[in-house]
Design a protein around this ligand. Structure first.
Ligand code: OGA
Ligand code: NI
Length: 360
């Protein structure tokens, strides 16, 4: 398994440069099967429905009723949606804006500059244009930059961009703040599940937790109805804190047979539950499928921060959530073992976490 992750099975094409070349017809590799194209599953009732919005400022209210109500809202969002937006989250808006601007600038550089960071599937760190190593696989209309922030031992700033000059420092500052926000949410999730406040964080390895950042770049696409920026997938890790592009929507969340387009609120984070929290919560919390649409008018930049267990942590349903009425739904597995799947096969809806379910 590890061997097949050494190199890409075929030459890498940078989607941004394909887009900039002015093509009017996209290569077959990016054309999805008719059933997977955007717009086919009914997009009805779209505009009235949005994922829940949580004001985290209310968690600090002197009014205990408001505090409890807010924690309950987070709990029901985790159970019913697997997705919510947070405002008043404590991360500096100015820092968020500077961070996004730095990454826009990174992608605006000439191809040769970015190629210095070209990644390989062994760690995925660096500048990449595909997920999965299957030769001939369908591809998504996006490029990305992926880097590790935690644990500190695997942080390698040499692999982070030197240009724009503020980039490395900004990644450090931003990640520190977002980890803090993630830690607050982990406590709320633990309490909401009836676990001790530190249960989930300890299960992730405490300070030895993992954290990585993927900056997604979705170039303009001449035939947006035929392709996707990112195919349906659930996030394999713990939780994702996404800073979406406020000017261009594109993220869609599965709700039954519908895809709901998320309307991003300025300066908010979109939080979603990943597969590891679904496992730890014994499916009380859901890691929900999502995908990204592209458009012909404007490129889109999003920053996905993955708050994960340490790679060697054995993740399994919390004992307090397991009993005669609720048998454990998943076997124990380390996060490193688990994430080899998406790294090899690419985005596959919820196939992995579903396939682990013990037969009942
Ligand atoms: C991801 C992801 C959504 C987006 O990076 O896993 O789902 O809007 N990104 O870019
Ligand atoms: Ni995702």
């Amino acid at each position: 398994m590890i061997n097949c992750l050494r190199g890409w099975p075929e030459p890498i094409v940078r989607v941004q440069h394909l887009s900039d070349s002015g093509i009017r017809v996209i290569p077959d590799r990016y054309v999805k099967q008719p059933s997977e194209r955007p717009g086919l599953i009914s997009d009805s009732i779209q505009s009235e429905i949005n994922i829940p919005v949580i004001d985290m400022g209310d968690l600090l209210s002197p009014d205990p009723t408001l505090r409890d109500k807010t924690a309950d809202l987070i709990g029901s969002a985790c159970r019913e949606w697997g997705f919510f937006q947070v405002v008043n989250h404590g991360v500096s808006h100015e820092l968020m804006a500077r961070m996004r601007e730095a990454w826009r600038e990174f992608f605006q550089q000439p191809l040769e500059e970015k190629q210095k960071y070209a990644n390989s599937p062994s760690t995925y760190e660096g500048y990449g244009s595909r997920l999965g190593v299957e030769k001939g696989a369908a591809l998504d209309w996006s490029d990305y930059f992926f880097l590790h922030y935690l644990p500190v031992e695997i942080r390698n700033q040499e692999k982070w961009p030197t240009l724009p000059v503020a980039c490395r420092e900004l990644v450090g500052e931003y990640s520190k703040e977002v980890v803090k926000l993630g830690g607050k949410l982990m406590k709320i999730f633990s309490s909401n599940l009836g676990l001790t406040e530190n249960y989930l964080q300890e299960s992730f390895g405490g300070e030895e937790m993992g954290a990585c950042l993927r900056v997604n770049y979705y170039p303009k696409c001449p035939q947006p109805d035929l392709t996707l920026g990112l195919s349906p997938h659930s996030d394999p890790g713990g939780m994702t804190l996404l800073f979406p592009d406020e000017n261009v929507s594109g993220l869609q969340v599965r709700r039954g047979d519908n895809w709901i387009t998320v309307n991003p609120i300025p300066n908010a984070f979109i939080v979603n539950i990943g597969d590891q929290l679904q496992v730890l919560s014994n499916a009380n919390y859901k890691s929900v499928e999502h995908r990204v649409l592209v458009n012909s008018a404007k490129e889109r930049v999003s920053l996905a921060f993955f708050y994960n267990p340490g790679g060697d942590m054995l993740i399994k349903p919390a004992e307090q959530l397991v009993g005669e009425e609720a048998p454990p739904l998943y076997p124990a597995m380390t996060f490193n073992e688990y994430r080899l799947f998406i790294r090899t096969r690419g985005p596959c809806g919820k196939a992995q976490v579903e396939s682990l379910k013990s037969p009942t």
